[in-house]
Write a protein that binds this ligand. Structure first.
Ligand code: HEC
Ligand code: HEC
Length: 295
């Protein structure tokens, strides 16, 4: 009995130490502050730029998929064990970011950093850091032009599972992995080319789900009932044609006719133009074939 008690005490002490270490390490990530130089960009006000911004924000960067189609914000994850993550209200309504300056907005989107220097959680700024200045400001001007929505969301918080992921180095805060010194291009002219496709795949967040090498695989920490992102390299899309990709991105169906889950944001990619889908196809076809889930 004495031994059993000792072993039990040792096990409990060990667990307490592990939990403490996880909390101390994850708190260090949570409280980290960033200081990046602000970029002064001039926001356009003409209707053509706003129309282009609507296409960028909806079809390409899919801001509404997380922040809601009215940009009033949305619950993304509501799971006590993993995390409570809210994509905030981006409008000028109550609880929104109406008081933020243009530079604050740009810094949040492209660096993943709030005006107070803290890092945004799970906001795909690593993808948006590559947005051309023209696409970026047009998208932001479009979002600013939307009607005000009054909705105040609670602050996001991490549960034990997400803290563990942070402690072992999963980049849940994109600000930690972004190269903050990198300059984005002024504009990216649309063309049916693999180079433009690479740009679209990056700013489209395809890498956030389909893994940076696009070979697919389960998302870290995702519940087991979530559909697993597919392998988009030529090894995964074997036998696919440009027409098949167009159907997948526009109608949400595989070549066999099987519906694609809406966790794959085809309700947004359906608005991609023919040139954009062809560019995406050319880029995906130019990738080295990778086994499912391999980096
Ligand atoms: C995959 C989901 C996702 C997508 C797509 C996304 N966001 Fe976010 N965004 C978030 C989350 C989550 C947060 C808040 C994280 C937190 O609480 O730390 C956030 C925060 C922000 C913030 C900071 C707001 C605040 O009050 O702190 C801005 C600004 C923002 N996003 C703009 C955008 C824009 C513009 C786009 C499209 C170009 C976009 N987001 C696309 C998930 C997303
Ligand atoms: C929010 C996560 C997410 C994002 C972002 C995302 N996908 Fe997906 N995608 C998925 C999931 C999950 C599946 C598998 C769905 C299923 O099995 O029904 C999928 C499936 C697909 C398929 C079908 C493949 C097959 O073999 O059936 C294609 C094509 C595809 N995605 C392309 C893209 C492209 C291109 C982008 C970027 C523009 C993208 N996806 C962005 C999650 C995502």
């Amino acid at each position: 009995m004495k031994w059993l008690k000792r072993i039990l005490i040792a096990v409990v002490t060990f667990i307490i130490i592990i939990v403490l270490v996880i909390y101390v390490i994850s708190n260090r990530h949570l409280s980290r502050k960033f200081d990046v130089p602000r970029v002064a960009l001039t926001f356009p006000t003409d209707t053509e730029s706003i129309a282009r911004g609507e296409h960028v924000a909806i079809a390409l960067t899919k801001c509404g998929a997380c922040h809601g189609d009215d940009f009033g914000g949305k619950v993304l994850i509501d799971d006590g064990k993993f995390a409570h993550v809210y994509a905030p209200n981006l409008t000028r309504g109550k609880g929104g970011i109406g008081t933020w300056s243009d530079a604050d907005f740009v810094t949040a989107v492209t660096h993943g950093i709030r005006p107070d220097g803290s890092a945004l959680l799970m906001m795909p700024s690593d993808a948006y850091s590559e947005l051309s200045h023209a696409d970026l400001i047009n998208a932001l001007v479009y979002i600013r032009s939307r009607p005000a929505v009054d909705h105040e969301w609670p602050a996001s918080s991490l549960g034990p599972l997400a803290r563990m992921l942070v402690a072992i180095g999963q980049p849940l805060f994109p600000a930690e992995v972004i190269n903050h010194g990198q300059a984005a291009p002024d504009s990216m002219p649309a063309a049916a080319s693999a180079a433009y496709g690479k740009y679209l795949v990056t700013i489209g967040g395809c890498r956030s789900c389909h893994n940076p090498s696009l070979s697919g695989g389960p998302l870290p920490g995702a519940p087991s009932n979530f559909k697993v992102p597919a392998n988009l390299t030529p090894a995964g899309l074997k036998g696919w044609t440009l027409g098949d990709l167009r159907r997948a991105l526009r109608d949400g169906v595989q070549p066999s006719g099987t519906p694609i889950d809406t966790f794959m944001p085809w309700r947004y990619t359906k608005r991609m133009t023919d040139v954009e889908i062809e560019a995406t196809w050319l880029y995906l076809q130019s990738l080295p074939p990778k086994e499912f889930g391999k980096q």
